[in-house]
Write a protein that binds this ligand. Structure first.
Ligand code: FAD
Length: 302
């Protein structure tokens, strides 16, 4: 059996595995897709100490770093259940069962897509999801924020300080964000909000050139010319498969304590699958280190 079995091969999982392996214990890592969301990231400018890198390059360096250690890396496998017996037993999609004294959940999250034509085609060419990551690329431009909930309005407020103009597109007849965020938004000269807007297409040539939408009050088709679109309709944690195994909050994020432990002693979690408020590469790597040290501490005491 493993001492620490990490489920997930993004930055949080890789960091947990390295930190755990450095304790000289038996470590395994299962990754459906090694690299996680970072594999879909073009430019990265906020990984401190590295002015600029690209997702696949960073992942290849992380993988080399993982391979420096005695870590059992199992790629292309999905975990679909955990049972607590003498040890934890993790069932995989291929029917195999892996046993471990502790588990670190690092299954990450996925941005919800709006699923309209142009969204996929212009990903990284004007269509963006992460404001903390990509806002500076749109300096001086007119951009859209699709989604008027808290994340959409926070994104619009953040963008307004950097870009020339922000247009928020909300499907419903009112914004769903907290009142204080809406008030801040209204105080800004370079933001406008379009309500009752059903986004139908993101248009462009090489890069994004505009957004088409149906005005749901009149059923008229309309078009706004702009140079970028931030899709802000929610980040969904990859935790459905856990059911009630560990406590999750109302949006499905795994609840953890300061050592990264979940509601079940011996099961730890890190990164975008948890209730940590900020979802970033550097944050998830730090959380992975915390969970590994938490798991090691647990092993010493049990
Ligand atoms: P993830 O990266 O989501 O990795 C999850 C891992 O778990 C994957 O290996 C996945 O295959 C695996 N997995 C999931 N379910 C299972 C299962 N059941 N069994 C086995 N394996 C499973 N952050 C920045 O700091 N800077 C940026 O510039 C930046 N740009 C971004 C651009 C885009 C387009 C996106 C989508 C995100 C960006 N982010 C950026 C956010 C950053 O990528 C995430 O915060 C970070 O990847 C989270 O790491 P994680 O390890 O928690 O999860």
């Amino acid at each position: 059996p493993f001492d620490v079995l990490v489920i997930g091969g993004g930055p949080a999982g890789a960091s947990s595995a390295i930190y755990a392996a450095r304790k000289g214990i038996r470590v395994g890592i299962i990754a459906d897709r090694f690299g996680g969301q970072v594999m879909d990231t073009l430019g990265i400018e906020n990984f401190i100490g590295t002015k600029y890198t690209e997702g696949p390059k960073l992942i290849s360096e992380i993988e080399q770093h993982v391979n420096e250690y005695n870590i059992d890396v199992m790629k292309g496998l999905r975990a679909h259940n955990i049972e607590k017996k003498d040890l934890f037993e993790v069932q995989l999609d291929n029917g195999a069962v892996l046993k471990s004294k502790t588990i670190i959940l690092a299954t990450g999250a996925r941005w919800r897509d709006i699923g309209v034509p142009g969204e996929k085609e212009y990903k990284n060419k004007g269509v963006a999801y992460c404001t903390h990551c990509d806002a500076p690329l749109f300096e001086g431009k007119h951009v859209a924020v699709v989604g008027g909930g808290n994340s959409g309005i926070e994104s619009a407020l953040d963008l307004a300080g950097i870009v020339k103009h922000v247009t928020v597109f909300e499907f419903m007849s009112e914004l769903k964000a907290d009142a204080v965020l809406q008030e801040r938004l209204r105080s800004l000269p370079n933001v406008d909000v379009i309500l009752n807007a059903q986004t139908t297409e993101i248009t462009g040539d090489e890069t994004v050139k505009g957004i088409s939408y149906i005005d749901r009050t009149t059923n008229e088709e309309k078009h706004v010319e702009l140079q970028g679109a931030f899709i802000q309709i929610g980040l969904a944690p990859n935790t459905e498969w856990l059911g009630d195994t560990v406590e999750r909050n109302q949006i499905g994020e795994i609840v953890i304590d300061k050592k990264g432990q979940t509601s079940v002693p011996g099961i730890f979690a890190a990164g975008d699958c948890t209730d940590t408020p900020y979802k970033q590469i550097i944050v998830s790597m730090g959380a992975g280190a915390t969970a590994a040290l938490g798991a090691f501490d647990y092993l010493l005491r049990n």
